[in-house]
Design a protein around this ligand. Structure first.
Ligand SMILES: *Cc1c(COP(=O)(O)O)cnc(C)c1O
Length: 334
């Protein structure tokens, strides 16, 4: 499993910190909670897409691309980090934003990540909810090629085998840190969306026989569909790495109990999780991903899903730039 065989640019500040959350652990009465700070990857307020972009942008440069095309929801963190990476590397960036979340305040399309996309100089166009966004990107790429450009298309969330290599690397990094600290990790929990993070983590951890179960808290898809997506991408990532086999199906575990009404739509548990983590740890979560991920972790702790002496690592995947697009939700608590 040698990641240095793949083209890579160094955007991510790593290793990211692995630290205890003492006050939140005490508040919840155990287990012992730790946080892996992938919100602090250094690129444009950080987040989990940076590790993927190390390999995706590496591939784009290796192919001689002069233009990067990608897509996401209006408040996509992936799109924001891609726009910043393109700016840093001197590539043009065209992005398509899907109006995926219904009934949002007007500021939703101008603040948070949408604001930052513009600041990084990306060319933005909107598409209606339910559009086939990958097909829309391919159409844009075909048009660019017809004018002599060399586009590199990155799928939503940067989730293909090349992007997932970033989270294979994160798995190796986390294991190294835990071994160094003498920390026995009993569970790893994080928010899962386009599946690349969980797929990469599983390939890395299973490839090392780490014995660390990974739990993805879904932010969109029902359990079966999300587990299938992760499993399929893990197989393709293992294949890219030349590993003999993918990840066993029963190692892919997703909980879909914290999605609420839908992607990007608020839940009370998400608001509570953001509030508790801010007030006890001074850490910012986000309303779409890490807030629901933490809501899942807190919910499972309250259901006594973990033993009090277990060590749980929450992978903080970033996203706080989107908080400003959801400011109205926190008026009562602020
Ligand atoms: C994209 C994203 C996720 C989900 O990661 P996937 O690799 O798409 O499953 C989680 N948290 C944040 C903040 C994200 O932006």
């Amino acid at each position: 499993m040698q990641l240095s065989r793949f083209p890579r640019v160094r955007l991510c500040h790593s290793p990211t910190a692995l630290e205890p959350m003492e006050r939140l652990s005490a508040l919840l009465g155990g287990p012992r909670l730790f946080i892996k700070r992938d919100d602090c990857t250094g690129l444009a307020t950080g987040g989990n897409k940076t590790r993927k972009l190390d390999f995706l942008m590496g591939a784009a440069l290796a192919e001689g691309a002069d233009l990067v095309i990608t897509q996401g929801a209006v408040q996509s963190n992936h799109v924001r980090q891609t726009a910043a990476a393109a700016a840093k590397l001197g590539l043009d960036c065209r992005i398509l934003l899907e109006r995926r979340v219904p009934a949002m305040p007007a500021a939703y399309e101008t603040t948070g990540n949408a604001f930052l996309d513009r600041l990084f100089g990306a060319e933005i166009a909107f598409r209606p909810t339910g559009a086939d966004m990958n097909a829309e990107c391919e159409a844009l790429a075909a048009q660019a090629r017809s004018t002599g450009r060399k586009p590199y298309v990155i799928p939503g969330g940067g989730s293909n085998p090349t992007g997932a290599l970033g989270y294979v690397g994160c798995a190796l990094e986390l294991l190294g840190q835990a071994n160094e600290m003498g920390l026995r990790i009993d569970h790893l929990v994080h928010a899962t969306g386009s599946a690349g993070t969980q797929a990469g983590l599983l390939v890395g951890l299973e490839g090392c026989n780490a014995g660390i179960p990974v739990l993805g808290i879904s932010v969109r898809a029902p359990r079966d569909r999300q587990e299938e997506s992760v499993h399929r991408l893990a197989a393709a990532t293992a294949d890219l790495l030349g590993l003999g086999q993918g990840v066993a199906r029963d190692k892919v575990v997703v909980d879909d109990g914290y999605v609420g009404p839908g992607y990007g739509q608020p839940t009370d548990a998400m608001v509570e999780a953001i509030d508790l983590t801010a007030r006890h740890e001074g850490i910012l979560l986000d309303p779409v991903y890490s807030g629901k991920g933490m809501a899942g972790l807190i919910g499972l702790i309250r259901q006594r899903a973990f033993a009090p002496d277990e060590n749980i690592v929450f992978l903080h995947t970033g996203g706080a730039a989107a908080l400003f697009a959801y400011e109205d939700l926190f008026r009562q608590t602020a």
